[in-house]
Design a binder for this molecule. Structure first.
Ligand code: SAH
Length: 350
């Protein structure tokens, strides 16, 4: 498991017990695994060279037998408006992924990608235009956070899996990533400070519920009727809103965590009073939080943002119905803000 394209195991993708097993198989003592783990996941070492308390011979052995994910920054854009930084990282096989660093009052947040490309096909999203290339390894998800905390020199307190890719379409890898990220011997990010966003893969939502993690699950709803949802998201042909609501209820019953509904407002498509009323009918009984996102127009589609006035009316309607609602601050609008836009501009230049 967790092998890269060359068939080598990515050592950064292993939990401490797995690492111990590997090292014992190499004829080493288990405490070497603890040292190595600490270098990778606590001290964020970028290569074996700096792991000074490991014997040179062991470092050579490790380099020979394992891959060690280390993302390389190929591009960075910084927003003049709010300091948001968008990074483009190269993976070992030359593919690139994007990650975003955002500063909020309550701490710094990193938004990571879970796949190279995406196969979900949401109509308004730039990440899906080139299809799916591959899922990321746990170490490749982690290293986006490690690299950013080294590059910015700042502590990361929140992680959102909302970049390119559908995290639940890369389920095993996502779970291993969450284990490593929340591990007290690693970066030790609290599960409550982690959000995973899904377009709504019902079986995987249920599977995730059974893990009973304290993470926040965000559901990209974007429409309150099946018909409208199908026009925006191909996945709606597979799972109905009724099935999604059942899965949300199950998630809450298993974890005690309320779901966040994400709703991108697209001018003239899903932003009427009737849409708001129907959305309130879904969110209200489940006491879900609604996060409104003014759609970020992409070059390849002619979707436009709802007018500011309409967004306000939409929000007020929800609030009148007792829904807890926020409008997502548009971070980094002056850089290629929307999912997948930076990667796409980069690939088109290459
Ligand atoms: N695949 C996951 C996570 C990635 S996208 C999901 O679907 O939830 C993170 C959020 O941004 C999703 O709600 C997605 O629908 C939304 N999104 C993607 N492109 C957007 C755009 N151009 N404008 C506004 N929201 C967008």
């Amino acid at each position: 498991m967790w092998e890269n394209r060359n068939g080598k195991v990515d050592i950064k993708s292993l939990t401490l017990p797995q690492l111990e097993e590997e090292l014992v198989n190499l004829g080493e003592k288990p405490f070497r695994a603890r040292q190595l783990y600490q270098w990778m996941h606590r001290k964020l070492a970028r290569d074996y060279g700096g792991m000074t308390n490991l014997p040179g011979e062991l470092r050579e052995k490790l380099a020979k037998h394992y891959a060690c994910t280390c993302l390389r920054q190929v591009h960075m854009q910084e927003s003049r408006a709010d300091g948001t930084k968008k990074f483009l990282f190269a993976l070992e096989d030359g593919h690139v992924v994007e990650s975003v660093w955002m500063r909020y009052k309550h701490g710094n947040s990193v938004c990571i990608s879970s796949q190279v490309g995406c196969r979900m096909g949401c109509r308004f999203c730039a990440s899906t235009l080139g299809g799916l290339v591959r899922g990321l390894l746990p170490g490749e998800m982690l290293d986006q956070i490690y690299a950013i905390s080294l590059l910015t020199g700042e502590r990361v307190s929140n992680v959102v899996v909302m970049g390119t890719g559908e995290p639940l379409d890369n389920y095993d890898s996502l779970l291993q990533f969450l284990r490593l990220l929340t591990d007290e011997k690693g970066l030790h990010i609290s599960a409550r400070n982690i959000t995973v966003s899904t377009c709504g893969l019902v079986p995987e939502m249920r599977r995730l519920a059974r893990e009973k993690l304290q993470i926040t699950l965000a559901l990209s709803l974007h429409a309150a009727t099946d018909e409208k949802r199908k026009s925006l998201m191909p996945i709606a042909n597979r799972y109905s809103i009724a099935q999604l609501m059942e899965a949300c209820g199950f998630y809450f019953s298993q974890t005690g965590r309320r779901i966040t509904f994400e709703y991108s407002l697209v001018g003239g498509v899903n932003d009427t009073r009737e849409d708001a009323r129907l959305l309130a009918g879904l969110a209200g009984p489940r006491r879900c939080h609604v996060n409104l996102i003014p759609v970020n127009p992409i070059r390849e589609r002619d979707y436009v943002q709802s007018e500011a006035g309409r967004i306000q009316v939409f929000k007020n309607m929800l609030e009148k119905n007792g829904i807890n609602v926020t409008i997502r601050r548009e971070m980094g609008r002056d850089i290629d803000g929307a999912c997948g836009q930076l990667r796409r501009s980069y690939m088109q230049e290459e």
